[in-house]
Ligand binder design. Structure first.
Ligand code: GLN
Ligand code: ZN
Length: 719
């Protein structure tokens, strides 16, 4: 049995990718040197594949992002050199970035509305260039449908025309290539009949190139397999990990005799070892229906760290994990086991790291645990009495500038260069200064600044039992930005308070209310690798109970406001709308369980950088008191959506786009507010930035917040 793999991480074992590109940005590497470093990385990716599998792509390496590279290939953008290339990625008028399907990878969104005369032509034959340069692997490219579906700003009703045009360009592009590896993850979306017709047409066009097309889909099942079977392609790659329906369909309806099935049975999105026995069984069932069967991963491997080698993790846990290189080994092992019919012994996955107390608590949950005892209106009155906040209250989202100094102290503490006492004293000093600053500025609800936190998920993962963090498990979230997702491996509980010390310290310095700051259960799940031996709903509820314990401790310590951040709520939603109901059911319940505490506590939530318009109803069901929400991306849409839903909760629409270094003037912010006030009653309106300030500097922060408070004062005078 042949083996295939794709999507190997480009980061490099020692993050060589990040180092090379960032050195180029700093002027330490020339363009030629940077290119050479990238070629070396491509070479080592190919070597990782070549040692273990038969078929793999070449050209997956990119200087920033492959959607953008595809746009250049098709002639939509024409940077003349690497410097210009990066202007599009991170310059002043950079392309927008958004989440790639329901993953935490961000791609650059080609925007047709900003192109003067969009016309496709082969501008850069990247597939051919890479094949020539490396002489192995199948040239890689994103398929025409996925490319267009994920672009934005297409003229109305032009999608199908554009798609048809792409047929010719791809044909041209592929005409001298014997084989091509075309990825079409958008095929797993819920598509309409017109789109499916368009797909048939464009692939008929491409097929004229005579190149053998290996068409790869992933992240779920394809709803239109019957039509997919008819496409003039050589192989079809299907995801059997996240697309169980793919297997059901083939078992029932067979698979075309003239095509190869590339069966994705190894999970590219989670870190657990494959169950070889189950995989071999599935392959046996599939092979009864197919003439030619290849085994592969079920989603690109770049969602995983590169290798377990050198990771300092608990031995028992290590035995259960597989990162990208180990996944390649698994593909090989599965093929061998399929042929020899000898299944290697594997450790049992279940029953480790369980806590009877946690399980008992979960079992005892009843309907009441998910319902507030006091209605929204009643709560509002109680809070008004307790907090006595003015009209248009001002606040921030939590973090303040994480300066070089803050990061250095944290690094010194972690490396043992300063003691815990010294580190804590430093954080306390920072809190003192920040509380003073917020009082001087005249903000109404204060925060402690989150100086002690690295990353909003990693911080809690380090404090909770049942979750581990890694020292070296980096994956790319966009460009050269990498993060280390924690691993949720066992029952979760909170051994000791996690944030009480800092929050209560801040509160002790001021009469104004200080918000307690927590990361919500859905976001912790979305940005971690999650165990699969219990339902995800149970993982969410375990997290919720741990966070609830923390809120109860706040309440005992006199904290009156708590904010639970859920920026990943929209992104974690399944790709197919028909799966949304089940997802939102547990996601909403997890939030309600987290916040099922004293009704006197005012509950805030914060969300950002997603299209929220379509989920306002679900957001409303979370039953919080106040939401702060980012609006720079979809300002118009979101205000309209709130109009439709009769939203009675308090809301702070971000008036300062914190991803830009620009300081917004009072007038800039006023414009956003005037528009929103047509829809949202003024007594429900808060004034705040659109996200945390950790990436901004102090100068921008001071000036912008000063304007923000001025705006609020002006609004109060007028009303
Ligand atoms: N409280 C967090 C902060 O201010 C929220 C971050 C986020 O929304 N991503 O940094
Ligand atoms: Zn945010």
């Amino acid at each position: 049995m042949n083996t295939c793999a794709y999507g190997f991480p480009r980061l490099g074992k020692n993050r060589e990718y990040k180092k090379a590109i960032e050195s180029f940005w700093k002027g330490e590497l020339s363009e030629a040197q940077a290119q050479q470093a990238l070629d070396q990385i491509q070479e080592s990716m190919l070597a990782s594949y070549d040692h273990r599998v038969d078929l793999f792509p070449v050209g997956e390496i990119t200087s920033y992002d492959n959607m953008f590279d595809t746009a250049i290939t098709l002639g939509l953008y024409r940077p003349e050199n690497l410097k210009e290339y990066f202007e599009y990625c991170r310059g002043k008028d950079a392309l927008e970035m958004t989440k790639w399907f329901n993953t935490n990878y961000h791609y650059l969104v080609p925007d047709f509305s900003r192109l003067s005369k969009p016309k496709f032509s082969v501008h850069w034959n990247k597939p051919k260039e890479y094949q020539k340069k490396f002489k192995k692997g199948i040239p890689f490219l994103i398929g025409p449908f996925t490319f267009l579906k994920l672009s934005k700003g297409l003229p109305k009703n032009k999608f199908l025309n554009y798609l048809a045009d792409l047929g010719e360009v791809y044909q041209d592009l592929l005409k001298d290539l014997k084989d091509v590896h075309l990825e079409e993850p958008a095929f797993v979306m819920e598509l309409n009949p017109e789109e499916i017709k368009g797909i048939k047409k464009v692939y008929e066009g491409i097929a004229k190139s005579k190149s053998r097309i290996h068409l790869i889909t992933y992240y779920g099942a394809v709803d239109f397999l019957k039509d997919l079977y008819d496409l003039p392609v050589k192989s079809i790659g299907l995801d059997f990990v996240n697309g169980k329906e793919n297997a059901d369909y083939i078992k029932k309806n067979g698979f075309p005799k003239d095509k190869t099935l590339i069966a994705g049975v190894v999970d590219g999105r989670n870190v657990w070892k494959n169950n070889i026995k189950n995989s071999v069984e599935l392959l046996q069932q599939l092979s009864a229906k197919t003439k030619d069967l290849i085994v592969s991963n079920g989603a690109p491997l770049y969602h995983l760290p590169i290798t377990l080698q050198g990771q300092e993790l608990d031995q028992k846990l290590l035995q259960r994990l597989a990162f990208a290189e180990e996944k390649l080994e698994e593909i090989k092992t599965i093929a061998q086991a399929f042929e020899t019919k000898k299944i290697p012994a594997q450790p049992a996955i279940n029953g480790l790291w369980t806590s009877p107390e946690v399980e008992k608590r979960l079992k005892e949950l009843t309907k009441k645990d998910f319902e507030k005892r006091v209605s929204l209106e009643e709560r509002k009155k109680i809070h008004q009495k307790l907090l006595n906040l003015p009209l248009f209250p001002t606040t921030t989202i939590g973090s303040f500038p994480q300066t070089e100094e803050v990061r250095k102290h944290r690094a010194d503490f972690r490396a043992g260069r300063i003691s815990e006492q010294q580190y804590k004293t430093f954080v306390k000093q920072a809190i003192i200064q920040l509380v003073k600053l917020q009082e001087q500025l005249g903000l109404d609800v204060l925060v402690h600044g989150e100086f002690e936190r690295t990353d909003m998920v990693e911080f809690f993962a380090e404090k909770l039992e049942g979750i581990t963090t890694t020292k070296n498990g980096w994956i790319i979230s966009y460009g050269t930005r990498a993060y280390r997702p924690p691993i949720i491996y066992g029952d979760i509980f909170r051994p000791t308070p996690m944030t009480i010390e800092e929050i209560t310290y801040a509160q002790s310095l001021t009469k104004k209310p200080v918000k307690g700051m927590l990361t919500g259960p859905v976001t912790i799940i979305a940005w971690s690798f999650v165990r699969e031996d219990i339902p995800i709903r149970d993982v969410a509820f375990q997290l919720a109970l741990s966070l609830q314990d923390e809120i109860r401790d706040y309440e005992k310590a006199g904290i009156k406001i708590v904010q639970i951040d859920e920026p990943a709520l929209r992104e974690r939603a399944p790709i197919k709308r028909r799966d949304w109901r089940e997802y939102f059911d547990w996601a909403i319940k997890a939030f309600r369980l987290t916040t099922n505490t004293d009704p006197k506590t005012q509950i805030h939530t914060h969300m950002c950088y997603s299209e929220f318009g379509e989920i306002v109803k679900e957001i409303d069901q979370m039953d919080f008191d106040v939401i702060s929400i980012e609006t720079t991306r979809s300002r118009g849409d979101i205000i309209e959506s709130f109009e439709k839903v009769d939203f009675k909760r308090q809301i702070g629409l971000g008036v300062w786009d914190i991803h830009s270094p620009a300081v917004p003037s009072v007038d800039d912010m006023k414009k956003i507010v005037s528009r929103a006030l047509k829809v949202i009653p003024q007594e429900n309106f808060w004034i705040n930035p659109d996200c945390g300030l950790k990436t901004r500097n102090w100068d921008e922060t001071n000036k912008s917040l000063k304007n923000l408070v001025t705006l609020s004062n002006q609004l109060r005078k007028k009303s």
